[in-house]
Design a protein around this ligand. Structure first.
Ligand SMILES: C[S@@+](CC[C@H](N)C(=O)[O-])C[C@H]1O[C@@H](n2cnc3c(N)ncnc32)[C@H](O)[C@@H]1O
Length: 218
């Protein structure tokens, strides 16, 4: 058995992650490429999507992850399970959303337990930056959704403040305070560990609206 070293954290701002990843051939990665697409950002080992894809065969699922060994392992698992509505992609979402996903290509997105980067000087490495939300908004359909959760209150608050400040996202009525449960009823790796330790999770659910053209605030 070959042991692959998986780094604990990867700095998304380092030079080697600045090259935009091209889109895969969608008709090769999904059996039915026109099904609605749900993208999980920073999917790690992909446990969440492996379960979602089995439960919802009429949706396609794309996991985006910056640690390549995790992506390779997740795609292997996907193959072993014979799933034709799931694919994992090695990329830096902060540089590659626009090169991978066409405007309006996705029906929904999740950002779950993003790396917290606690030190102040490292916080610009966090995934949910204003520019990321502009790009995500371009890729989301007019009636798409965005679900975010974290076990770190400050990270959850920062994500929610940034999403609230974006003109094309609105909190769902049930998300005016933190959602008590995960609406997908499928746990991520990090969510399971957090709940097993009896710790709280901070969750929020947004509707996306507006045309892709309006989403481009730049
Ligand atoms: C704390 S883990 C959470 C994993 C999973 N979502 C969960 O809830 O268990 C955050 C993941 O996001 C990935 N990640 C961080 N920055 C990223 C980026 N810019 N692009 C893609 N993936 C990223 C990390 O490599 C890591 O696997």
């Amino acid at each position: 058995m070959t042991l692959v070293r998986v780094r604990q954290h990867v700095n998304p701002l380092s030079q080697r992650y600045q090259v935009a990843t091209p889109a895969p051939a969608w008709d090769r990665v999904f059996q039915h490429p026109l099904q609605p697409l749900h993208v999980d950002i920073g999917c790690a080992k992909g446990h969440f999507l492996l379960a979602m894809a089995q439960q919802n065969p009429t949706w396609n699922y794309l996991g985006m992850e910056i640690r390549q060994p995790l992506v390779d392992q997740a795609n292997l698992k996907c193959q072993q399970l014979g799933l034709t509505n799931l694919h994992f992609l090695f990329c830096n979402v902060n540089t590659s959303l626009a090169s991978i996903l066409a405007p309006g290509a996705i029906a929904g997105a999740t950002v779950q337990f993003p790396d917290p980067w606690f030190k102040r000087r490292h916080q610009k490495r966090r995934v949910v930056q204003p520019q990321f939300l502009d790009q995500l908004s371009r890729c989301l359909q007019g009636d798409g959704f965005l679900f975010v959760q974290s076990d770190v209150l400050a990270v959850a608050q920062e994500m929610v403040e940034r999403i609230d400040a974006h003109p094309h996202f609105t909190r769902r009525a049930d998300s005016q305070s933190w959602l008590p449960t995960n609406p997908f009823q499928v746990m991520t790796e990090r969510e399971r560990v957090t709940l097993d330790q009896g710790k709280p999770v901070y969750r929020c659910w947004f509707d996306h609206q507006g045309s892709q053209e309006m989403s481009d605030r730049s």
